[in-house]
Write a protein that binds this ligand. Sequence first.
Ligand code: 13P
Ligand code: SF4
Length: 328
Amino acid sequence: MSPEMSALQEQILKLKEEKRAIILAHNYQRDEVQDIADFVGDSLELSRRASAIDCNMIVFCGVNFMAESASILSPEKTVLLPERAALCPMADMIHVDSPRPVRTSFPGFDNPPPYVFPPEYSLRDIKKKYPGVPVVAYVNTTADIKAESDICCTSANVVKVVESLPGDEVICIPDKNLSLWAQRNTKKRVIAWDGYCNIHERVTTHDVEAARAAYPNALLMAHPECRIEVLEKADHVTSTSGMLRFAKSSSAREFIVGTEIGLMHRMRKENPEKLFYPLRKDMICPNMKKTTLKSVIRAFQENTYLIKVPEHIRVPAKKALDRMLAIK
Ligand code: 13P
Ligand code: SF4
C-alpha cells in the first residue's frame, strides 16, 4: 500500500469515529474502499446491516439504490452516498407511470423474447394487465418502484421470496435474467420485465467455453444477472456473498468467477490458498468504481450526498423491504 493510501485510510478511520459513523461497502467496491469498510457484503447482507446498525451516520459505498434502501430502513440516520453519480442503470429500466426507455436491440436474442412488454408500458400498466398478481421488485430499483411493489428480493433470496407469495403467478421486475432464473426454480409462473445489467448480460456461452478450456480444473460460479444459457452451464449460481461462501466451503482449489471483478478482492483475501479467475476481464461496473477514498473523505467533511426518501414513498417502500427481511 502506498504511503498516500494509508494516510487517506487513517484519516477516514478518524473521521468515522468523530461522526459515530459506519461504512458499508458492496462486494464490487474498489479494493481500498472495501478495506476501510466496517462491513462488506451483498445487497441482502447490507440491507440487514443497515436496518440493525447502531450509529448516527451510514456512509454507503455502493450505488444509489443501496443507499436509498438504507435510508428507507433507517430514516433517523444520516445516510451518505459519496458519489452522486453512482447509479445502477438497471434501476432506471422500469418507471412507475411513464414508459421505460426504448431498447432497439436485444443482445443474445434474434427477436425480442415473448415476455417483453411494449416500451410504452409502465409498472402501473403491467399491474393493470395482471390485477391481483403480487409484484416482486429486485432491490436494484428506485424507491418509488419499491413503494408500488408487494415485496423486494435480492439475488440471494429471489426463489424464497417468490415461493413465499400466495397464488400461482408473480410479476418479477426489472431483471429478466434473474426472473428467468427464478422461473427455473419454482412451479409458479413468473411474469418478467425486460431489464438487465449490461455488465452481466455481456457474458456469452463462448466466454464460458473459453474459460473452461483455459482453466479445466476450476469450478464456474455465476451471478443470476447473467443470461440463462450462461447460468445453465455454471456449477453454482448465487449472489456475490453466496459465491464467497461456496468458494470457502468447496474442496475445489480453482474457481472461475462469473460476476463483477471487485469480488475477486475478498475471494483472494479470504482464500489465499485458492485460485480465482474472472469469467471475463471486462466485467467492471463503472458505477461501483466511482467511489474512492477521497470521495469517502469528502462525504464526511461536506455531508455529501445526503440520501433521503420522502415519507409518502418511504413508508410503502419500507413495507416491501421489511417483508423481504422477514424471510429467513
Ligand atoms: P448481490 O446482491 O449479489 O451482491 O448483487 C448486487 C448487484 O448489483 C449485482 O450486479
Ligand atoms: Fe447495477 Fe450491474 Fe452495476 Fe450491479 S453490476 S450495480 S446491476 S450495473
